[in-house]
Design a protein around this ligand. Structure first.
Ligand SMILES: Nc1ncnc2c1ncn2[C@@H]1O[C@H](COP(=O)(O)OP(=O)(O)O)[C@@H](O)[C@H]1O
Ligand SMILES: [Mg+2]
Length: 244
């Protein structure tokens, strides 16, 4: 199976609000795929439908061969999500946070301990693992949440605004971490409104606004198609066009 995710003519309405509007796109296995759009574009809603947390109003969502949300339970162990609104357990240590989530996925004993060490190392928190997460900086907390999202070694990692609110150093570490996940063979979907995130981490980018797909491709393909230099120019032209 070459596809990680397929969205086919997917819409989501909240009462009168159309959050996602006939969205069709496919995410390939092993790529870092960016959902790029301004606030309110429908990114989180899309992510929640991919994870089976929200049922589309219409259309079809397929994730690693599972029909969502019907087969969400089956898909759950293949998906790791960093939700946009989420936090660490501040009174637990970093290690305890990960052990807790590992147990939720059925890991225990030696296997759990080994996996916790592995992800601590991957996100660069091994030296602070036994400090309370409440004492971590914003960047460390975010890295702990990424570690939590991948504790069960999911095939598909979904990061909803992973760099939001972090300083430049923390942002760089998260971007490197995203590339590292991809190098390890995982498929990564990330949402962002940060053009540099998209440029530095994504293999392909979908630009969305008002729940609609405006463009999809590599940066080079987008530049070519819209005859602009740089992602920022493409993005501004497309999204401004929507505002008009
Ligand atoms: N649970 C909800 N109830 C009502 N409206 C919602 C809900 N979730 C999202 N929306 C609306 O849907 C639109 C898209 O939101 P969202 O998916 O959060 O965008 P993004 O993540 O791109 O900022 C916004 O207009 C938002 O207000
Ligand atoms: Mg969002």
């Amino acid at each position: 199976m070459e596809l990680a995710v397929g969205l086919y003519d997917v819409s989501k309405h909240f009462g009168p609000v159309v959050a996602v509007d006939h969205l069709t796109l496919e995410v390939r296995r092993g790529e870092v795929f960016g959902l790029l759009g301004p606030n309110g574009a429908g990114k989180t809603t899309t992510v929640r439908m991919i994870c089976g947390l929200l049922k589309p109003t219409s259309g079809r969502v397929v994730v690693l061969g599972c029909e969502m949300p019907r087969e969400a339970l089956k898909a759950r162990r293949f998906i790791g999500l960093l939700p946009q609104e989420s936090d660490v357990y501040e009174s637990l240590t970093g290690r305890e946070n990960l052990e807790y989530f590992g147990r939720l996925y059925g890991l225990e004993g030696e296997k759990l301990a080994r996996r916790v060490e592995e992800v601590l190392k991957l996100v660069g928190l091994e030296e602070r693992a036994d400090d309370r997460a409440g004492e971590y900086s914003g960047g460390m907390k975010r890295r702990l949440m990424v570690a939590r999202a991948i504790i069960h070694d999911p095939e598909l990692v979904i990061l909803d605004e992973p760099t939001m609110g972090l300083d430049v150093f923390a942002v760089r570490r998260i971007r490197r971490l995203i590339r590292r996940l991809a190098e390890g063979g995982q498929t990564v979907i990330l949402t962002t409104n940060d053009l540099e995130d998209a440029e530095r981490t994504c293999d392909r980018i979908a630009i969305i606004d008002k729940g609609r797909l405006l463009a999809l491709g590599t940066i080079r393909e987008l530049e070519e198609k819209f005859q602009e230099k740089g992602l920022e120019e493409v993005f501004i032209r497309l999204v401004e066009g929507e505002q008009a």
